[in-house]
Each structure stands twice: as structure tokens, then as C-alpha cells.
Write a protein that binds this ligand. Structure first.
Ligand SMILES: NC(=O)c1ccc[n+]([C@@H]2O[C@H](COP(=O)([O-])OP(=O)(O)OC[C@H]3O[C@@H](n4cnc5c(N)ncnc54)[C@H](OP(=O)(O)O)[C@@H]3O)[C@@H](O)[C@H]2O)c1
Length: 180
């Protein structure tokens, strides 16, 4: 199962126009509480992200790559890997990446870190199973969009964690009105 698990502003942005997450990092949150990250990560066997997210992690985590599981980074550029981390660069059709991730995950789930267009690419291929969002009490007016596609989703769970309203959605498919 592939889950896009992310924090978002109330108006649907996952980063500001300059890729800042300062608005997010100052919020109160319990990593071991409901919809917390610790429990989610325990079920994850492989990770995928776009190159902007990769570069953000590198800039903010320094040499300490945070993920122990194999990580695919989507890019058309020749980016440097992190020494000692299992990072695999890929480009183009996300279907091949999904297959490789599934094989590497050893029966565990797959995490799509971001961004929103990459989530849209998986959704268009019918490979995005879930969206889990933690909504921060912030609006930005502009920034990196959460999921710039027209989709129908089904709410399957919700909770409050600190400052966040958290929700789990099953991806039902293209927006009903767009289906032929
Ligand atoms: N709020 C949160 O919890 C959260 C979570 C995740 C990320 N973020 C932040 O949100 C922002 C997301 O940035 P973003 O919207 O630019 O998205 P992104 O997915 O991180 O990066 C987009 C880039 O990835 C590459 N890419 C994507 N799909 C590709 C494909 N199929 N083949 C080849 N390359 C591909 C392209 O760059 P190149 O080809 O030029 O390399 C594209 O410009 C970042 O600032 C990140 O730190 C926030």
C-alpha cells in the first residue's frame, strides 16, 4: 500500500513558496500520539520523494540521513547521494518505481513523502492508495500544493494531535464528475 503522509496548511500547501517549513516545525505535536509518525514509520519498508523534498532534507538534516529504509528520489538531474544511505535516483514513469519499491519493502507499506505533483503522478497511475494529512492551523495563501489533481477520496479516520487535525483518506479515483 502506498500512502502519501504529510502535513499541510488549512489552505492546502505543504511548503511556502520558498520551500520553508517554519510554519510547520513550530506547531505542537506528539510523535507517539494519534496519527503520530512513530507508529506510521514502523510499518514502512520503502520511501519515495521528489528532488525538492530531497534537497530540503539534505539542507536541514545535514549528514544524518533520517531514513533507514531504501529511498527513491525522483529527479531528471544528476544529484549526489548521501554516503551510507540507501538512496536510488529515478525519473520518468512512476509505475516502474512503484514496482521496485514494492519488491524492496519486504511486505511492508510504501511512504510517499512529497511533493504534491509526485503524489498526483502516482494517483494518475492508479497507485496511490491513501492520503494521510495533518492539518496545521495556518494559511499561507501560496506555496507548494498538497495534491494538485481532481480526485475523489473517502474519509476513513480522523483524530486530533496537538495543534493538528489529522485525517486518513482512501483514494477512490478520479473525481466522479470527470469520469466518462
Ligand atoms: N509539509 C510536509 O510535511 C512536507 C512533506 C514533504 C515535502 N515538503 C516540502 O514541500 C516541498 C515540495 O516541493 P515540490 O512541490 O517541488 O515537490 P517535490 O516532489 O519534492 O520535487 C519536485 C521535483 O522532483 C522532480 N521530479 C518529480 N517527478 C519526477 C519524475 N517523474 N521524473 C523525474 N523527476 C521528477 C523534478 O525535479 P528535477 O527533475 O529538476 O530534479 C520536480 O521539479 C518541498 O519544499 C518539501 O520540503 C513538505
Amino acid at each position: 500500500m502506498l500512502t502519501y503522509h504529510t502535513a499541510t496548511t488549512l489552505d492546502g500547501f505543504i511548503a511556502d513558496p520558498d520551500d520553508s517549513l517554519d510554519w510547520l516545525l513550530r506547531q505542537q505535536h506528539d510523535a507517539s500520539g494519534p496519527f503520530g509518525f512513530d507508529e506510521f514509520m514502523a510499518g514502512i519498508g520503502a520511501v519515495v520523494m521528489g528532488s525538492t523534498t530531497y534537497e530540503w532534507v539534505l539542507a536541514h538534516e545535514g549528514d544524518a540521513w533520517p531514513y533507514a529504509m531504501p529511498t527513491w528520489v525522483m529527479t531528471s538531474r544528476d544529484l549526489a547521494p548521501v554516503e551510507g544511505a540507501d538512496i536510488r535516483f529515478a525519473s520518468g514513469d512512476v509505475r516502474a518505481v512503484h514496482e521496485e519499491m514494492t519488491a524492496a519493502a519486504g511486505g511492508k507499506d510504501l511512504w510517499l513523502v512529497g511533493g504534491g505533483d509526485l503524489a498526483g503522478q502516482f494517483a494518475e497511475a492508479g497507485l496511490l492508495d491513501e492520503v494521510v494529512v495533518s492539518v496545521a492551523p495556518v494559511t499561507l495563501g501560496a506555496g507548494r500544493p498538497l495534491l494538485p489533481r481532481r480526485l475523489d477520496l473517502e474519509l476513513v479516520g480522523s483524530a486530533v494531535n496537538g495543534a493538528f487535525v489529522c485525517a486518513r483518506y482512501r483514494v477512490a479515483g478520479p473525481l466522479l464528475e470527470d469520469r466518462a
